[in-house]
Structures are given as C-alpha cells and as structure tokens.
Design a binder for this molecule. Structure first.
Ligand code: HEC
Length: 130
C-alpha cells in the first residue's frame, strides 16, 4: 500500500500496526490510564534563547508564542499537549517533522517552518529542562 506523505515515517513504522485495528474503547482506556500518570518533574530554565522563543515566539516573523497554546509552564492546554519534561530527542524529532511537514498540523507547521536548527535545539533543550 502506498503511504500518504503527510505522516511521520516513525509513526507509520512503529505505531500504525499497533492501533489500526484497536477498538475505540481500548483507545479510551489507554488514554485514561496515561492521563492519570504523574507528570515528569522538570525545572524549566529561567532565561536563555529556548525560553525566549517559547514565551515570545518570533513576532517579527509572525510566529505565535508557544506558551499561548501549550501553557506558561508547557504543561499542556486543551488540544495542545504537555511538552515540559519530554525527552529532548523526541521534541527535536517532532519539531523537525513539523518543519519538514512530515507531521501535519497547520499552526505547528507555520511556526516550525521558520526555525533554524539551532532554534529547534534551543527549544527542545529548554522544554526538556536541559
Ligand atoms: C495555535 C496553537 C499552538 C501554538 C502557537 C504552538 N503549538 Fe505546538 N502544538 C499544538 C497542538 C494542537 C499540537 C498537537 C498537534 C497534533 O495533534 O498532532 C502541538 C504539538 C506540538 C509538539 C508535538 C508534541 C508531541 O508530544 O508530539 C511540539 C514539540 C510542539 N507542539 C511545540 C511547540 C513549540 C515549540 C511552539 C512555539 C514555537 C508551539 N508548539 C506553538 C498547538 C500549538
């Protein structure tokens, strides 16, 4: 089967076969089980380029503040997931996937397209508490 191009190859290789035939109630049960796990404890840096980008976005390039959607301390809000305490390599991979539109989400693609590799590293390290 030809794979659609708007999906991360990691998701296709590792996750699709796991969930394609999973019943909805199992998905709900799993989501409920993950939702009650304790959040990772992480101390976000008080200053630095990652923090500035996260809090302000890039207003001169029309990139909104990340905090506006993901929350002041990156603990997630509505559809925008928790980022604080996530593994830095995972965060980098997702920001690159949005940058390259391998992962599709309009607002995330719009922001990530504008970031340099150094800015992606800075954001990922800040959110991971490094
Ligand atoms: C307009 C709201 C909005 C803004 C602004 C925004 N995000 Fe997001 N972000 C989301 C949503 C919603 C998702 C979930 C997308 C999905 O369902 O695939 C997401 C997903 C992510 C993910 C993937 C998380 C995961 O667990 O896979 C990362 C990383 C991320 N955002 C980082 C950022 C950063 C860094 C910024 C600032 C440059 C930012 N976001 C700005 C709404 C936003």
């Amino acid at each position: 089967m030809e794979q659609p191009i708007d999906q991360s190859p990691h998701a296709i290789d590792n996750m699709w076969s796991e969930v394609v035939e999973m019943p909805d109630n199992t998905k709900r049960d799993l989501a409920g089980a993950f939702a009650v796990l304790p959040a990772p404890q992480v101390m976000l840096g008080a200053s630095g380029p990652g923090r500035d980008l996260y809090q302000r976005g890039l207003p001169e390039q029309g990139v909104a503040s990340c905090a506006g959607c993901h929350g002041e301390v990156a603990d997630g809000k509505g559809a925008a997931p928790r980022l604080a305490g996530q593994k830095p390599d995972y965060l980098k991979m997702q920001l690159w996937a949005f940058n390259l539109t391998a992962r599709v989400h309009g607002p995330m693609n719009a922001g990530a397209l504008k970031f340099s590799p150094a800015q992606i590293d800075a954001l990922a390290n800040y959110l991971a508490g490094k």
